[in-house]
Design a protein around this ligand. Structure first.
Ligand code: BG6
Length: 302
């Protein structure tokens, strides 16, 4: 297989019309659409489909290191590796990286499970034998559930930090409100990781933001006024939540991101960053995130 074959995707379709795409490179969800066919995740028009960088958008997986404060490359290597399909509710995909020939997979049980195990090269940079599994399930109401398992198949304990780096698509970032993170402590990446406390209100956006909210509630809501849409993120085993928007200046500095695209995205990432997760030999850790999107205009019939 050539280097680009990892951009093959598995397409999950659910009978009500919603769908999701999961790319073998990075084990990355690259699309999630509601029953009306509207894309709910942000994917940059400048995204680069070429290893070794993750595609800019969708839901990259940060493992075994979130961020750049460790010995590994930024956000770890899992997002830059080719994953294997373990189980699929549908035939394997036949599509290629140009996205032109997507094989739709129709199934009542829209599930795919991918796995990543380290190569010898990986073991040189992170000397721990693991099985990382990602199960992506599309529910009947279009909700997207991602279950991640990390099994220690080594002889010594290891620890890691983790994030599901979800890029949500929004109509206008200046009209977006995030609820559920009020009054929490956070580490501010724009201030060398200084620990600060969020004041009273829901979070709104008028500048670059890069924060790790600590020990958050299991439910976070992202309210997109203009699209009359509310995303609800529920999580388990992932105590923290990263909130990121590069805003104008940083957008211009990123080659795989359009200058104005910061207006149309917000990353809200279920994560375990402050306290590393420790897994003993033979044991397995599980983290879970469920995303749903409710459109108010849909319910009012407009
Ligand atoms: C966020 C980090 O999760 O990811 C930011 O908090 C970072 O600091 C962003 O800039 C994007 O990272 P990358 O490596 O995908 O460009």
């Amino acid at each position: 297989k050539d280097a680009t074959s990892g951009f093959d995707k598995i397409v999950l379709r659910e009978p009500q019309g919603s769908s999701a795409q999961v790319q073998l490179f990075g084990g990355q969800v690259t699309s999630w659409k509601n029953e009306r066919g509207e894309e709910l995740l942000f994917l940059s028009s400048k995204a680069i489909y070429k290893p070794p960088k993750a595609v800019r958008g969708g839901i990259p997986i940060c493992f075994p290191q979130f961020g750049g404060l460790g010995s590994l490359e930024q956000h770890g290597f899992a997002r830059n590796r080719l994953w294997q399909v373990v189980e699929s509710s549908a035939p394997l995909p036949t599509i290629v990286n140009d996205g032109s020939a997507v094989t739709p997979i129709v199934s009542n049980k829209a599930i795919v499970e991918l796995m990543l195990t380290p190569t010898e090269e990986d073991m040189k940079i992170w000397p721990h034998n693991f099985e990382l599994r990602l199960r992506v399930a599309l529910g009947s109401s279009g909700d997207l559930t991602m279950t991640v398992k990390v099994k220690n198949v080594d002889t010594r304990p290891f620890n890691f930090t983790f994030a599901l780096h979800t890029y949500l698509s929004v109509a206008d970032i200046t009209e977006v409100r995030v609820e559920g993170l009020e009054t929490l402590d956070y580490l501010d990446n724009l201030k060398d990781g200084e620990r600060l406390t969020e004041q009273g209100d829901a979070i709104t956006f008028d500048n670059e933001i890069d924060r790790i909210y600590l020990g958050t509630p299991t439910k976070i809501a992202v309210i997109d006024h203009e699209k009359k849409r509310t995303f609800v993120l529920r999580k388990d085993g992932l105590p923290d939540a990263v909130v990121w928007n590069p805003w104008e200046r940083k957008s211009k500095a990123m080659t795989d991101f359009g200058d104005d695209e910061y207006k149309f995205m917000l990353c809200v990432e279920a994560a375990a960053v402050e306290k590393a997760i420790v897994v003993k030999p033979g044991e397995e850790w599980t983290g879970r995130q469920e995303l749903s999107a409710v459109s108010s205009s849909y319910f009012s019939g407009q």
